[in-house]
Design a binder for this molecule. Sequence first.
Ligand code: UDP
Ligand code: MG
Length: 321
Amino acid sequence: MSDPTFTVIAPIYNEIENLPLLYERVKNVMDQTDEGWELILVDDGSADGSTDVIRELAAKDERVRPVIFARNFGHQIAVTAGMDYSRGQAVTIIDADLQDPPEVILDLIEKWREGYQIVYAVRSEREGESWFKLTTASLFYKLIYRITDVKIPLNTGDFRLIDRTALNIINDMRECNRFLRGMGAWVGFKQIGVEYKRHARHAGQTHYPLKKMLQLALNAITGFSTYPLKLLTMIGSFLVGLSLVLLVIYLLLAIFHRVDLTYVLATWLTLIFLSGSLFIGMGILGEYIGRTYDEAKGRPLYIVAEGPDKSLDPTRLDQKK
Ligand code: UDP
Ligand code: MG
């Protein structure tokens, strides 16, 4: 079988009730493209029988390709595995719970055909989600947008289409703490959003409890920003500055108003000054650790969209597969 044009990836963690409908809807949508497609179902250590359903679907339709994990590795890793196994020229990532309607894939493909390499789906509306989830998600996106170095579009999730060119680069980025949305924004290329309405889950409940959300937020921040380290230096500088200003006021009072220099005040000043210096020291250490971390991530230094001579292009975008 020659390589399909399209790949759809769905990470699966205990989605037994959603799988049959997911398959049906993806099949209906993808058959409308008149091109070859594959559906990669990554079983992320399900324990509810989803694995067997995936096997059955694969036995029935050879376009369904199962990737079954030995245990639960988490959503971002499951999607990564799907991307590694994908063979399509345009790869779409979709949640298995049908919160992202598969029909939207056609809109994503349309933009891809216009020449966009990353087409992300923007949630214009979200239904069936708690007030708490909506507020924390919105805060999360705003925070990430502000403090990270890459501008991750607001209100987007992992529901997106990625062209093979960009995908090969993302697949080469083997950092363990993955925040795929950030990596997608980081690689650049021509990107565009398509609006859609995010539905309530078809069945089951979220597998993203607060703990996992916080972990994802932490991956996003630490993976794409050294702001927290800079914060240390900023706090330190503020404290040292404060102690110096206080010292001046203190000396002026002592000289002109003959106010007694009490031990308590002197102790406070020293304390603020010393803790400030310590913060600065930690910030400096942090800068080096941050740089080591950047080196360890081993991301490409640059990504060429159009080289002078494709065969000599150092990133060899066209030869890689
Ligand atoms: N998922 C996964 N591994 C996990 C948690 C979730 O593969 O450890 C999958 C899940 O089956 C679904 C997608 O990731 O297809 C999104 O998860 P979920 O719907 O629970 O998150 P939410 O939409 O509530 O943010
Ligand atoms: Mg969901």
